[in-house]
Design a protein around this ligand. Structure first.
Ligand code: BGC
Length: 402
């Protein structure tokens, strides 16, 4: 039996999903277009996903029945605003029903406005390079704000730093310090959109809002600290700095990245994992301490902001391994909290086995989903996490301070 410490009263215990990964048939999104393009490099299309567009009630009931207290899901922009400036009242009502279903089960909804996918029209007019990108996102935030009655937690944008990495810079001069690397122009455009959404959400008065950043736990090969810091800035720290003044920041953590010498033009970058490194189904290093370290780094860069773990989890075919990984991650979180990090909740990624951006093979779910029938089968890890939630206890493991 693992030792535990009490979590603060009101601590959120939950699980997360995202629209494109679970709803199915997100046909008006540009990701769908790319998945089904004849020359697509995406190995597997999303198709029906988990059919959560219709089965969200079952998903929320499973989560609540296990003892969890919070559900993070995302609203799909491509459904709510199918053409620029055209709002679908029916789709807004759909997302309102999801919020109300959470409330009926005593579940605190954590609503993400944007989780990676865009309407087709957005890409067609230049995406983040459009001069009115922030205004358009502000309009979308305003649209969704009409269904947020009784909602206390909103994530504006999921992993803006990963989106920047996936948006190729248009010119070399745009690339700044990390040639080749993420574009500061795109980073600033996304930050502008976040601030526009924050202005809207602040106006509601009852919502705590912020964005959620992918924390990559950048470590340096000894002597390569300056290069690590340069690598890290436009990939992480800029986005943490932009959160200062928000109500909270979402921390998303899976693994670490070690920066050191490379053979390419830049001369430094991520180091390959050594032969024999224990890996997960995504090929990532099995590294449970990442979460505690991500929280400490976020605490430090943001000046001690309230944090919500909006994602943490593991792709594995072995559920006992999921429990081990999560025990280690939670122990790292408990140690960070004992050292002063203000953590308000833990939302596991993911509630369901879902569409992992190109493949259904990496299974992150507390609940397995049959790909043909969509039948949900809870894994033991769901009951395990629900039990911690019911008792409001966080596991601690000797030596989990970094
Ligand atoms: C994303 C999720 C994704 C998960 C695992 C995060 O980067 O927000 O959409 O499924 O990591 O790869």
């Amino acid at each position: 039996m693992t030792a535990t410490v009490p979590a603060p009263a009101g601590f959120l215990w939950g699980a997360a999903t995202a629209a494109h990964q679970t709803e199915g048939n997100n046909v008006n999104s540009s990701h769908w277009v790319n998945e089904y393009a004849p020359d697509s490099s995406i190995p597997e299309p999303s198709g029906d996903a988990c059919d959560s567009y219709h089965r969200y009630g079952e998903d929320i009931a499973l989560l609540a029945g296990a003892g969890l207290t919070s559900y993070r899901f995302s609203v799909e922009w491509a459904r709510v605003e199918p053409e620029k400036g055209v709002v679908s009242r029916a789709e807004l009502a759909h997302y309102r029903r999801i919020i109300e279903t959470c409330q009926e089960h005593g579940i605190e909804p954590v609503v993400t406005l944007h989780h990676f996918t865009f309407p087709r029209w957005w890409d067609a007019r230049g995406g983040w390079y459009a001069s009115d990108a922030a205004d358009r996102f502000g309009f979308y935030a305003e649209t969704v704000s009409t269904i947020l009655d009784g909602v206390s937690w909103v994530v504006t944008i999921n992993e803006p730093n990963m989106m920047v990495n996936q948006t190729p810079a248009r010119t070399d001069t745009e690339q700044g310090v990390n040639l080749p690397g993420p574009s500061p122009v795109v980073a600033q455009a996304i930050a502008g959109a976040h601030h526009a959404a924050m202005d809207v959400l602040r106006g509601l008065g009852h919502v705590r809002a912020g964005w959620s950043v992918a924390n990559q736990v950048f470590q340096a090969v000894p002597g390569w600290e300056a290069q690590r810091d340069a690598w890290q800035y436009w990939r992480e720290d800029y986005f943490l700095e932009q959160a200062r003044g928000d109500d909270f920041i979402g921390v998303q953590s899976y693994l670490r990245t070690i920066i050191g010498p490379t053979e390419d033009e830049l001369g430094y970058g991520p180091q390959p994992w050594p032969e024999g490194t224990r890996r997960t189904l995504t090929g990532w290093e099995y590294y449970p301490p990442a979460l505690g370290q991500a929280l400490r780094h976020t605490h430090q860069v943001t000046g001690g902001m309230p944090m919500l773990v909006t994602e943490n989890g593991i792709a594995t075919a072995d559920d006992a391994c999921r429990i081990d990984y999560t025990t280690g991650a939670l122990a790292g979180m408990a140690a960070a909290m004992a050292d002063g990090c203000d953590v308000r909740g833990y939302l596991h990624w993911s509630l369901l086995d879902n569409y992992e951006w190109g493949s259904y093979a990496p299974t992150f779910g507390l609940v397995a989903v049959d790909r043909q029938s969509f039948a949900r089968t809870p894994r033991p890890s769901l009951a395990w996490l629900g039990d911690l939630a019911r008792r409001n206890l966080i596991p601690v493991v000797a030596g989990s301070r970094p």
